[in-house]
Design a protein around this ligand. Sequence first.
Ligand code: PLP
Length: 362
Amino acid sequence: MTRAPEACIALRVTPPPPALRLDIDSAALVANWRWLAARGGGVACGAAVKANGYGLGAHEVVSRLAAAGARDFYVATWGEAAALGDWSAGLGLSVLHGIRAEDLPFALAHPARPVLNTPAMVKLWRDAADGRPCDVMIDTGMNRLGLTPEEALSGLLDGLAIDTLMSHLACADEPEHPLNERQLASFQTCKAQIPARRYSLANSAGLCLGPRYAFDLARPGLGLYGGVAGPAADGAMAQVVRPHAQVVQVRDVPAGATIGYGATFTAPAPMRVAILNLGYADGYLRAFGGGVGGASAGGSACPLVGRVSMDLIAMDVSRAGGVGDGDWLAIDFDLAKAARDTGLSQYELLTGLGHRYLRRWT
Ligand SMILES: *Cc1c(COP(=O)(O)O)cnc(C)c1O
């Protein structure tokens, strides 16, 4: 039976804007890239834009950093490469997870290079790619992705057109960790024996370990987006992401009343509370709450009270006179502080931000 035409109403009006917004600061992003690039002492500096540019928008990050001079970009998968759309011939793109057989048709049609991580990937690329360049990952001690140094030095890579030979540091955010020097030494051994156009070891935290770790090309991610990737970056990164949420309702809460699920917060005195359009479904997880988290309105601090709901939070606006329904509050989102206070990582705070925000680049 066909559906009656009147059962479906075509909406021809534009949906209203969301009551939730990320202000994303292009100048801060570029300043962080320049600061990280300077740590490398002049070697090339790319950008990790996996996970949709750590939640900010990979396409927007690439265009801004390319304009600033970045030439090498990193995504996790071919799906992420595809999401970037037409790829500029002047820029390099590497796919960190490498290739599976089912990736090959797309990979061969796309200018991006796979990062080969296993002997099987090496064989797949060698047999299919007709000498096209690739990148190769060596696992120098993290035991995540990559060929072991023994595999890499066994002749497996002979004749392969390697653009970038890379490895990844496990503990670079802890400068004194002994694994850093061990991984550096292992990578140098591989470098001495495996020909490649370029060599790359450092992520954001690796760059903060100094130019010995920089080789030809660095691959920062976190620091670009305002994250503090180690002691050397403390106080040096500019905040890039600022969430703002709109007030759905302001209410007066009498002394002794409780706020939110579980009634975990009891008003010690009469309070004015703003209910905001933001919740754990927006990556503002329940690790906030219990004295952690807040916002500001007109320069006044508005602490979070009660539990975070899926789509709502409550902020104490008693001291921020005049907050009303429909006003916007700036959510506290200093990444390093939020990570310390919540126990979440700066990476989780960024990549969890989700799809309900309007992303407004300035
Ligand atoms: C994610 C990633 C990076 C970037 O790391 P940050 O810690 O965000 O700077 C660099 N290289 C590889 C292989 C990665 O997976």
